[in-house]
Design a binder for this molecule. Structure first.
Ligand SMILES: [Zn+2]
Length: 303
């Protein structure tokens, strides 16, 4: 994604006026990280819209903690489906403005992949007549006055494009939904996939989350889109999802080892060895939270 050719750069600077980047831009070896600086991305590039196909777009913006939140939108003949918003009304308004630059069609559906604030706290600016698709758990969390999804799968035809909203199990929030585009073989995973971000477990179900990642990896998908971190090229997106699952397993294994050794959670936090994952984004902030959550699960306190 980092063009080195001067002509390409000037073309891109024109394009970036519309904040639309094509994923087909030739890339040199991309540093794999959720840290924009290490990735060589200037903050001034954001928010940005990334064209994935002619009808499917990713959108990355920074939230206050310095990390990207990723939304996805799909343009159908009958309107636009948006999966996840941004962290404030102003940020979500920018997202709606970016959608309006791509299509004049109205945003008619909102899928709540994650009910956490950095994905949903801007929803007040969404069109009043929008149709929400959320899990029963997220409906409660979001205090939403709309029917929740019944069952684990809802198919939405947005006109020419089939969208499947799937509940693959509890993962990061407990109400997690993913968005599957079977024809395009794209899976938007919301916070089930935190690309190169230390596993964030404040409201997670750690071992169930690992199982959800298994389901996702077994699906007929060529392009996995995360809810935080950056959108990757298709091949890299699978490699990174595998790596993310490896990180989840490693964190759970390390905490389990310390628990078995009889350490208190406080001591486990001090002694844990995260290996390569110690360098992942926001590790210092998220590691203590993960330790306590995995202790809860090991001790049967997660219901
Ligand atoms: Zn979250």
């Amino acid at each position: 994604m980092q063009p080195t050719h001067p002509h390409l750069r000037s073309v891109l600077s024109v394009l970036s006026a519309a904040f639309v980047l094509a994923l087909s831009v030739p890339s040199v070896a991309q540093v794999r990280t959720a840290d924009p600086e290490k990735r060589g991305l200037s903050r001034s590039l954001f928010p940005r819209t990334i064209k994935i196909t002619d009808t499917v777009y990713g959108y990355e913006d920074f939230h206050s903690a310095g990390m990207t939140t990723v939304s996805l939108f799909v343009v159908g003949n009958d309107g636009v489906l948006l999966a996840d918003g941004q962290g404030s009304p102003a940020a979500t308004q920018k997202l709606l403005d970016a959608i309006a630059k791509v299509t004049p069609k109205p945003v008619k559906w909102y899928v709540g992949g994650s009910d956490h604030g950095v994905h949903a706290a801007g929803n007040a600016v969404l069109p009043k007549d929008i149709t929400y698709v959320v899990s029963p758990f997220s409906k409660q969390q979001m205090k939403l006055d709309a029917p929740a999804m019944s069952g684990d799968r809802q198919i939405i035809n947005i006109g020419g494009t089939e969208v499947q909203v799937l509940n693959l199990g509890r993962a990061h929030t407990g109400g997690d939904l993913v968005v599957y585009l079977p024809k395009e073989k794209i899976l938007f995973m919301s916070e089930v996939y935190l690309n190169r971000v230390f596993p964030a477990m404040r409201s997670a179900y750690p071992s169930e989350w690992v199982a959800v990642l298994n389901w996702a990896l077994q699906m007929d998908v060529t392009h996995y889109i995360p809810g935080h971190g950056f959108i990757e090229e298709p091949k890299t997106s699978r490699e990174e999802l595998v790596e993310y699952q490896r990180a989840m397993r490693a964190v759970i294994a390390e905490v389990t080892r310390l628990h078995k050794a009889g350490l208190s959670a406080d001591d486990a936090i001090k002694q844990a060895n995260w290996g390569p994952y110690a360098d992942w984004y926001i590790a210092a902030q998220q590691a203590p939270i993960a330790v306590r959550k995995i202790y809860d699960e090991l001790e049967g306190k997660l219901k």
